[in-house]
Design a protein around this ligand. Structure first.
Ligand code: SAM
Ligand code: SF4
Length: 362
């Protein structure tokens, strides 16, 4: 396959994606250069922020990769108080972040789902409607998703984790609580309700092949999602997948593979929002900047009170755990300037792809 000819296109089939994901050295750089060119053309050098609130580490599920899984007895389980959540929202306002993302372990009881509704309503109120709200609170019923949407949440992030059903069940227990088809259904439901819906996968999982990753990209395209959040898998010693740490790609390869995934997707879906995951910085001190240069356009600075951060270790060595929110503010601004990118403050930073599609529908 001739790389130069391939990079003239903006849509690829499975075989072509596999080829692009296998590039190394100078050839990989050509792919990354092309995706940066596409991003600058369609989205300019602008970066959107989502102030991340890690609301609770209580989780009913048992995903085999995640430090928050219910069978991991190590984390001290917490749920932030309402006041703490509103204080985070106020901090986001003070720092002109424009939007917040509320993320947590999965619970389905009514006390929890009603609480999220209340928090969303109140964040809207205290910010006078100025803060955009993304939720990432796992799989819920259509009624619950609708309730949260009506309360004011407008974006939802639910990673499919892998679009290959077999691989999905290698990284999740196969039981009622962890159903591949329910996950798929939830993504459809979110889109039908009207959320800007985001999904994504972990990269460098045990048993994952380049073909699986190519299918993941084709899945995002087929679903026509508004946002994608993908990042490297980082093994956690208190989880079952730790035993496969030796068979996954090394840190450098996982990082490069992540960058190539972002790059290919940016070329194929030039106007979606794509997050540069914090996990990138765990693998490489400049990982978040590299992901932005590969085509990502969203960063999620952490607003969670420091006392809780050590307990929200989905994976080990999370970056910025000890940083104060005000430090993140200056650090991110400098980091983005160092790569000639500019943070857009005080904006919701909606997905251009989503806005266009909806304008056409109306
Ligand atoms: N509980 C919600 C859910 O699962 O959708 C939201 C929170 S969950 C911690 C957010 C994401 O963390 C997951 O979708 C997963 O992809 C990612 N994650 C969990 N464990 C990870 C690990 N060991 N390495 C990299 N990412 C991980
Ligand atoms: Fe819970 Fe989400 Fe972690 Fe799975 S990935 S154990 S649902 S927090």
């Amino acid at each position: 396959m001739d790389l130069e000819t391939l990079l003239q296109k903006n849509d690829f089939d499975k075989q072509e994606i596999c080829f692009l994901l296998s590039l190394q050295g100078e050839q990989a750089k050509k792919l990354l250069d092309k995706s940066l060119e596409m991003k600058l053309k369609y989205l300019d050098n602008k970066v959107h922020l989502r102030g991340l609130i890690e609301y609770s580490n209580i989780c009913e599920k048992n995903c085999l990769y995640c430090g928050l899984r219910t069978h991991n007895a190590k984390p001290v389980r917490y749920t932030m108080t309402d006041e703490e959540v509103f204080a985070c929202a106020e901090l986001a306002m003070q720092m002109n972040y424009g939007s917040v993302a509320l993320q947590c372990g999965e619970r389905s009881d009514k006390a929890f789902t009603d609480k999220i509704t209340h928090l969303v309503e109140k964040i809207k109120k205290v910010s006078d409607g100025k803060l955009g709200i993304t939720l990432s609170c796992g799989e819920q019923t259509k009624e619950v998703y609708t309730q949260w949407f009506n309360a004011g949440a407008h974006r939802y992030l639910l990673r499919i984790e892998s679009s290959n059903e077999d691989l999905y069940y290698k990284i999740h227990p196969k039981n009622n609580m962890h159903s591949f088809f329910r996950r798929l259904e939830c993504i459809d439901t979110l889109q039908n309700i009207g959320y800007q819906t985001g999904t994504g996968v972990m990269i460098g999982l045990p048993f994952q092949t380049v073909e699986d990753l190519a299918e993941d990209i084709l899945f995002f395209k087929k679903k026509d999602v508004a946002m994608v959040g993908m990042g490297p898998f980082i093994p956690h010693s208190d989880t079952p997948l730790w035993q496969y740490s030796e068979i996954i790609p090394n840190k450098k390869d996982r990082m490069l593979l992540t960058l190539k995934m972002i790059a290919v997707l940016r070329i194929m879906m030039p106007e979606i929002n794509m997050v540069s995951a914090t996990a990138n910085q765990t693998l490489d001190p400049l990982g978040r900047e590299k992901a932005i240069m590969a085509g990502a356009n969203v960063i999620m600075p952490n607003l969670t009170p420091n006392k809780y951060r050590e307990e929200y270790l989905i994976y080990p060595d999370k970056a910025c755990v000890g940083d104060k929110p005000e430090e993140c503010y200056h650090c991110l601004d400098l980091r983005m300037h160092s790569i000639d990118h500019e943070i857009l403050y005080s904006e919701w930073g909606d997905s251009k792809a989503f806005l266009k599609k909806n304008a056409i529908k109306q």
